[in-house]
Each structure stands twice: as structure tokens, then as C-alpha cells.
Design a protein around this ligand. Structure first.
Ligand SMILES: [Zn+2]
Length: 398
């Protein structure tokens, strides 16, 4: 076996296995861990003691159990010493959240930025991280990783270093540029992970639903400046090659449709994104998403039929895209969110009608609106970082 000759590697793999089990079942006992992992009670005891001493795990009070015998001690993630950071760069704000390993939010801040992930946005994010790091250190906490969520269009232009080591496109990846900016502030030991924003949304949403008992195969679709999808099956996120599974923006929906920014006609992005609404309604191309939403809301309140017709047409395209995606991924439920939701208009009504029509009487997946607060994407980015750490070398013993 590959691990047999390397005791340190085996120990590291066993530590990760324990952390993954505690994450899956907070409150699990040492004997529960032994049953799940196949390790001996002695080995579990030694590894858990080490993880507790390093601030990964903590032990709760022994549970009061009926009958005789040794009462189990529940193990959970340490809620104090180790902290995860999650950031969301959406082109207008750099949002930064600090959470415990268990996902509890400790701090949240948002600063305006000019553009998605250019030098100015990275300077703002690094300043936020540096200030937060000082405060957390003063409290005796240690940051163990930073997850950064960016929309697909940033990854297309800024580059993502995917797990297989390839670089796309040429030039330093966003992860490398951010690492360099952090080192410039003297932050040299912080693992960084860059992830698609929609994957972070999906992960955060799935974890919330999972805590409430929800599960199954789920598709997540964001429609705003960008059109992006994520696929989850239970707890598993499908990332795909280059980490770009679910990159649906340039899926062709209508070969006779308007020209997309990619040069092809009728892409989902050209028919569904906010750019499509601006074009349909003759609004300025540079009108921001919040300003566009305000304009749409006031037009709907004034009974502007052209606006309602444009939104209804967009929702019809949404139904067609959802049908295509649902045919491929067969989800139980599809969650849709983003700036496409405007007070006074529910795009899912028309999308559902179109979707059910295309299914021609067959059962179609449930459609649900996905509303998330300002910090949800950043929280998801912190969760992505934790997952990366539990799969990689970040929690190796010092
Ligand atoms: Zn396109």
C-alpha cells in the first residue's frame, strides 16, 4: 500500500480522517471515531489528544447516559482558537467574514472596491485581512486559511490555478497575485484558496439545508451580471476539470439570439444576464446591478408593461436553461438566486411554466428561490477553505 512506508503520512491521513468525521457528526465520541475509521481506541486517543492540544478539536462534558458503563465524551471543532476567513469579491465590494471551524460568524466587514480582482481590489482585501488578523491575534486566535469567492468571469480573465497544476489563461493566477499581495503585508503563512462564487453559495446553502435535514441532488443557478451553475449531490460539490464544472454562461440557448460577449450568438449570458435586461430596456451598459434593480422596481410599480414583458421573456429563457441543465444532472431541486429577482416580479413563475411545458407531463424538479444575505458567499468561501484543508496538508502537525 502506498502509505505503508511513511508513518508521518499515515498519521496525517488519520488526523484528517478524524477531523472529517467530527465535521460530519459534531459530538461524535472516541469510540464512534474508532468504529468509523477502523483505527484502534489507543490510536484514536493519541491523535485526538494532539488535535485538541493544537486547537482543532475540543472535548465537551461527558454525556449523562442511562445504565452503567463509561459515558462517552463528545468531540467538536474547537470554537475559539482556530479561525477561517472567507472573502467575496463581487466587483463592488470586498466582503470578508471570520468564522470558527464550525461555521459560526465572528466578524464581517465590507469595503468598496473598483472592479472585480484588479490590483486595487486586492489591496483593499489584503488591508481587511491584515486588520482582522491583528484583532484576532490579540484575542489569542489563529487564522488558518483564506477562501476567496469570485464570479466565473473573473476566473476566465484572471486565471485560476486548478488542482491539476495547469494555469489558465497564461500569467499569474489570482491565487498567486493574492499570495504575493499578502506577503507584501508581511502575511507569509496563510493558505489561500480561490473558488467560483456559485460553488461557495451552493456549499453554504447545502450546509444550511443539511443542518435542517435537507439533502439530495441539487442544482444551484445564479443569474446576475454572470450566469453560473453549481451541482451538489448531498455533501459533495462537483468541481470538474479546472474547477469549472457548471460554467454555463456560454451554453447556446438560441442560435438566432443576440451576440454574446464571447462572440457567439444566443448564449445564456446574452439572453439571461443583467446585460440582456439593460439591452432590452435601452438602459446604460454601465448601470450598476443595484441601480438596475431600483430602476426595475420603480418601473414595475408604475405598471411599465415593456419592463414586465422583458422580465417575462428573460424568465422564459431561464426555464429553457433549467430544462437543459436538469436533463443532464437530474436534480431533485433547483435553487435559483441573484439579481434577477426584483420586488414585484417572480421569475420562477414563468420559468416553472416553461420548464414543466418542456418536460411534457413528466415529473420535473422542484424550483426554489435562493435568497442569501450579504455575507453568505463569503461564509461559503470559508467552508471551501476548510474542505481544502481537510483534504490537503494545511493541518499537518507543525
Ligand atoms: Zn457567450
Amino acid at each position: 500500500m502506498f502509505l505503508a512506508g511513511n508513518q508521518r503520512l499515515i498519521r496525517h491521513a488519520n488526523r484528517l480522517a478524524i477531523l472529517r468525521e467530527v465535521r460530519r457528526e459534531p459530538g461524535i465520541s472516541r469510540s464512534g471515531l474508532a468504529a468509523r475509521t477502523g483505527l484502534t481506541r489507543t490510536a484514536i486517543g493519541r491523535l485526538v489528544d494532539g488535535l485538541c492540544a493544537e486547537g482543532w478539536l475540543c472535548e465537551g462534558p461527558r454525556q449523562v447516559a442511562p445504565g452503567v458503563g463509561r459515558r462517552p465524551t463528545p468531540l467538536t471543532f474547537d470554537g475559539f482558537r482556530r479561525v477561517l476567513l472567507g472573502a467575496h469579491l463581487d466587483g463592488e465590494r470586498s466582503r470578508l467574514v471570520a468564522t470558527t471551524l464550525g461555521g459560526e460568524v465572528l466578524e464581517f466587514s465590507a469595503s468598496p472596491v473598483d472592479g472585480y480582482a484588479g490590483p486595487q481590489a486586492l489591496v483593499v482585501l489584503v488591508e481587511q485581512v491584515a486588520a482582522l488578523r491583528l484583532r484576532l491575534r490579540a484575542e489569542g486566535r489563529q487564522i488558518c486559511g483564506l477562501g476567496v469567492a469570485v464570479p466565473d468571469l473573473v476566473l476566465r480573465h484572471a486565471g485560476l490555478r486548478p488542482p491539476d497544476g495547469a494555469v489558465m489563461p497564461s500569467g499569474p493566477s489570482l491565487r498567486e497575485r493574492l499570495g504575493s499581495a499578502l506577503r507584501g503585508q508581511g502575511i507569509v503563512d496563510l493558505p489561500v484558496m480561490v473558488e467560483r462564487a456559485i460553488n461557495c453559495v451552493a456549499l453554504h446553502h447545502a450546509e444550511t439545508l443539511s443542518a435542517a435535514g435537507g439533502h439530495g441532488a441539487a442544482l444551484y443557478l445564479h443569474v446576475g451580471e454572470d450566469v453560473a451553475a453549481a451541482v451538489m449531490h448531498g455533501d459533495a460539490l462537483m468541481r470538474g476539470r479546472l474547477g469549472l464544472a457548471g460554467h454555463v454562461a456560454h451554453q447556446t440557448l438560441d442560435v438566432n439570439g443576440p451576440l454574446c460577449s464571447c462572440g457567439r450568438p444566443g448564449c445564456a449570458q446574452a439572453l439571461l444576464g443583467l446585460e440582456a435586461l439593460r439591452r432590452e430596456l435601452g438602459l446604460p451598459r454601465l448601470l450598476s446591478a443595484p441601480a438596475l434593480q431600483t430602476e426595475l422596481r420603480s418601473r414595475l410599480q408604475a405598471g411599465h408593461e415593456l419592463t414586465r414583458a422583458a422580465l417575462t421573456g428573460l424568465a422564459g429563457h431561464l426555464g429553457r436553461l433549467l430544462f437543459n441543465l436538469a436533463r443532464v444532472h437530474a436534480p431533485d431541486v433547483i435553487h435559483v438566486g441573484g439579481a434577477i429577482f426584483v420586488p414585484g416580479f417572480d421569475p420562477l413563475e414563468e420559468a416553472r411554466r416553461r420548464l414543466e411545458g418542456l418536460y411534457q407531463g413528466e415529473p420535473s424538479p422542484r424550483l426554489q428561490a435562493m435568497r442569501s444575505d450579504a455575507q453568505a458567499v463569503a461564509q461559503g468561501a470559508a467552508s471551501v477553505m476548510l474542505r481544502e484543508m481537510l483534504e490537503g496538508p494545511a493541518c499537518a502537525p507543525a
